[in-house]
Design a protein around this ligand. Sequence first.
Ligand code: UDP
Length: 139
Amino acid sequence: MSIERTFAIIKPNAVQNGNIGEIITAIEKDGFTIRGLRLTRLTPAICQGFYAEHVGKGFYPELENFMTESPVVLLCLERENAIARWREVMGATDPAKAAEGTLRKKFGESMGRNATHGSDSPASAAREVAYFFNAFDLA
Ligand code: UDP
């Protein structure tokens, strides 16, 4: 296993519910180093570019409404095996199916309002980190 970087979002519902601190604590306790961190609000155009693979699917309009409704926290996370490990820490996409102790189980409200995002492959991680962070944003 090697040191790698992944891209994470603390989604609008988790920010609204005051869960930023607990989620960042879980990230740090799991051994991730935070390399990039920004609070922002996504626009529809930025959301379409980010979720390009999902634009046109039935759930996309609801996903865009949700992701643009209020601020999000963007993160670049680094550790050994970061991509797979962050997805384990988040849990399954649907909070109802996520394992006990995972972030989506704890902070997710529904399939759509599922609290966090994590890249699903090295190619996605590279694209997503570069979509939101430039070299000067990454420590
Ligand atoms: N999503 C949804 N309904 C679906 C599939 C996905 O609302 O049927 C949302 C969900 O919030 C998910 C996001 O779209 O996190 C992106 O979907 P993906 O399949 O990439 O899941 P993830 O990688 O986030 O677990």
